[in-house]
Design a binder for this molecule. Sequence first.
Ligand SMILES: [Ca+2]
Length: 512
Amino acid sequence: MNFLRRVCFIFVPLLMLSLSSVSAAERPNILLILVDDLKPAFGCYGDPVARTPNIDSLAARGMRFDLAYCNQAVCAPSRFTLMLGSHSTSTGLYGLGSQLRQIVPDAVTLPQYFAQHGGYRTESLGKVFHIGHGNHGDPRSFSVPHFHDKVIEYLEPASTEGGKLTREEAYFTNQQLDRIKSLPRGAAYESPDVADIKYADGRVAAETMLRLKAAQQRRKQEGTPFFIVAGFARPHLPFSAPQKYWDLYDPSQLPLPQFEELPANAPPVAGKRGGEITNYSPVPVERNAQFSEELKRQLIHGYYASMSFVDAQIGKVLTELDQLKLTDETIVVLWGDHGFHLGDLGIWTKHTNYEQANRIPLLIAAPGVTRPGSSTKQLAESVDLFPTLAELAGLPAPTVPQPIDGVSLVPVLKNPEARVRDHAYHAYPKQKLGRAIRTERYRLVEWRPSNNPTAPAVYELYDYQTDPLETRNLAADHPDVIKTLKQKLANYPRPRPRNQRPVKKKAAPRSK
Ligand SMILES: [Ca+2]
């Protein structure tokens, strides 16, 4: 950026950007940091044990959302909701193997929109779209080929029975998908004494730093703004992280789950036992097996070590942004694709409509807009990021082939007390489709057969003021609350069947 442009940029605060007055050279850059399976259980979210100084310093520069929710608690669909601004119930993209371009062929994704309407160069590194389970990413979303690296990764031969292809490695590399259960299980964790760069997240951080340097030059010489999406794999299983990050924790000090039963009076469809975690050794494979305290502690230790490993990689990227003097002209967002059960309710990993699987970390540092160190209780959803980032960059509100279910959070970024929605919506398909309304106090979940949306529903209701651990379904006790929340749910369109094609834009807007 030449001197004149730089002066213009500084004196045109981001909140004053508008389509008519802003050239590409004056638009803010976007650095979107995606972290896989990261629950808001680290420093800036009040966790007393976690060591995450770098993410915490990002929070100190911008706004922390305390009530942010994913729209579906599993990797691929959640990332589709972020990239499309559409609920999975609006698109039918519910599965790990759901194919974006088959179901929504003309979709204009978030980065595509920035390239088309803002002149951005868009790049992606690491885990961005889910790759695996039959999915191969979305090259149309980015200006240059994706920088791909592993999600399931082992360095210790003992973790893979001496170098065999393990179940989850096969899933994530699209190999032998028809015979997964015949493959050996990989280790749930490992802790070799190696440099960060030996793992994918270290390499993604290093490459992101190079991309930032090149982007800075491009910005200076051509005025091109960048939209870089850097996706980190940990703390997704396996908890493979260098030993030094494990050494940050005393296992005896780690928080163990406080309540390990399914909620009283909850319908069986809502709960979960077994699943993803059982694809890793030495987790017991029996569906209702009790985990030893030692195993629970080891898994939780691995999760925290993985969080600290990723935090260090994010720190390198943010330091590079600073050193390149890009921080003041770059909007930085940190987003987790969903939460994570660490044994609470007796559940491990995600795939539920409960709080721990659906609440996500969301940090937004928008220079000139967010106040440093601010936080809000505004309910927010993954789908909100599309219209929010568009407004921040002075782009028109997205009018694209897919339905936009999000609302712009910009009023909240300017004023943490402002409100743009009174609930968050999310869904998860199991034997029935569960759709949920989360308000500041309650969560209602409605479970209906996916193939018969008019069939009778069963309900869950949780009151986070009186029962933050979700120990008891209160649906039978509060008909008045149920009625109010059901009315909110009724405002949403009938959910689309799984993978039905193609998606057309919805007919009419609705209240949030
Ligand atoms: Ca994930």
